[in-house]
Design a protein around this ligand. Structure first.
Ligand SMILES: [Zn+2]
Length: 146
């Protein structure tokens, strides 16, 4: 199994690319919004809203909590971010990998890794009258370093 550290663009998105992605979904690309997007889409890895607020507090101290949360909501609605509720804590994290994928939590470090569905076979034995429309897998364990 290959664990990837969240799916990031192969090279960090430029300001122009972020601006275009926001404009494509009809969102005005303000400097603040671009900065938050840059952090979330290029630097952070499955951050919580609080992680993002802490980052903005350091970098844009005047930015309100409401602006941060509104921006997150816009990015989710625009399909650039997905909300992920961690089953073991109920905590919500934001995921820039909007493709279908599973997660592996390293219980030693608390680090969350993306797992491609091809790397994790799920076999279902459901009654014929049930049509499964989605599968979410959340794995927990330890990575042994050899
Ligand atoms: Zn993920």
């Amino acid at each position: 199994m290959i664990l990837s550290k969240g799916l990031k663009a192969s090279s960090p998105l430029t300001t122009a690319q972020i601006e275009k992605r926001l404009n494509d979904v009809g969102v005005s690309a303000t400097a603040q919004r671009i900065a938050i997007c840059k952090y979330i889409l290029c630097e952070a890895d499955h951050p919580t809203a609080e992680d993002i607020k802490n980052w903005t507090d350091l970098n844009f101290p005047k930015l309100s909590r409401a602006t941060v949360y509104n921006t997150l909501e816009i990015l989710v609605q625009a399909g650039l971010l997905k909300e992920l509720k961690l089953p073991h804590t109920g905590k919500i994290v934001y995921d820039t990998n909007v493709e279908e994928h599973f997660h592996f939590l390293d219980s030693a470090t608390g680090k969350l890794f993306d797992v491609s569905p091809e790397e994790c076979q799920v076999t279902l034995a459901m009654p014929k009258d049930i049509s499964v429309q989605g599968v979410e897998v959340f794995l927990r364990g330890k990575i042994s370093i050899k």
